[in-house]
Design a protein around this ligand. Sequence first.
Ligand code: ZN
Length: 221
Amino acid sequence: MGKSEKHTQCPLCGHAFRTSNESGYVTLGRESDLCPKLPGRQSDGARTLRAEITMCPRCAFAALEDFDELDFAPDLRYAIENLLEDDGLIKVFRRSDPPWLAFHSAEVCGKERGLSARGLGDLCLRASWVCRKERERPFENTFQLRAIRHFMRSLEEDSLEGRELSVTTYLVGELNRRLGHHREALNWYVNAGKTVGENESLAWLERMISEQSRLAEEEAA
Ligand SMILES: [Zn+2]
C-alpha cells in the first residue's frame, strides 16, 4: 500500500489540484455484496474506498478514471457543468463532502457521458459500501436501490457474459435481500445460479449463492 501525491487537472473546469494516489489496498476478504473488508476502523475503510475516485474540488466533477485520460467536447462539458450546478445532493452536501458524494457525482456525470449501465451500477454499489462503513443506513439503501436499477438495465442492454453476467445477476439478488425484498432476492439467486452453469472458476459464487439463498429463506420465514 503506497501513498503519493499527484498533480491532476479537472477535464471539466481546468482546475489544477493535488490528489493522493493510493496504489491498491490490502483486503481481508469480501462481504456478501462484494464490499471489501479492510483492516482498521470502518471510517478508515470508507476513506480508502473514497481514495479510488477523483473529484474536482472546484466543480465537483468526479470519475473513477484517471482525469488525464478524459477529454470532453465543449457541448458535453457544458451539459455536465449544468447538471453539477443543478444537482440537489451536491448543493446540500458539498461543504461537508461525505465520502459517498464523489460516487454520486460520478454517477450523475457518468449518465451524461454515456457510461454503461453496469458502470453506473458499480458506482452506486461502491457508494453503498462507503455509506455502510460510515453507518449511513438511509443513504446506503438509496444507493443499493439505484445500483439494482442500473444492474437490471445492464442485464437487458449490456450483453454481459461469463463472470460479469453471473456476478451482476447475483448482486441484484443480494442487494434485494439487503433491502428486505426476500422473495425477489430468491428469484434472482436462482437466475444467477443458472448463469454459472459449468463454469468452475465461479465455484466461489455458487457457494455464495447457496449460502445467501438459505439466509434469505430464513429471513423471509
Ligand atoms: Zn472541475
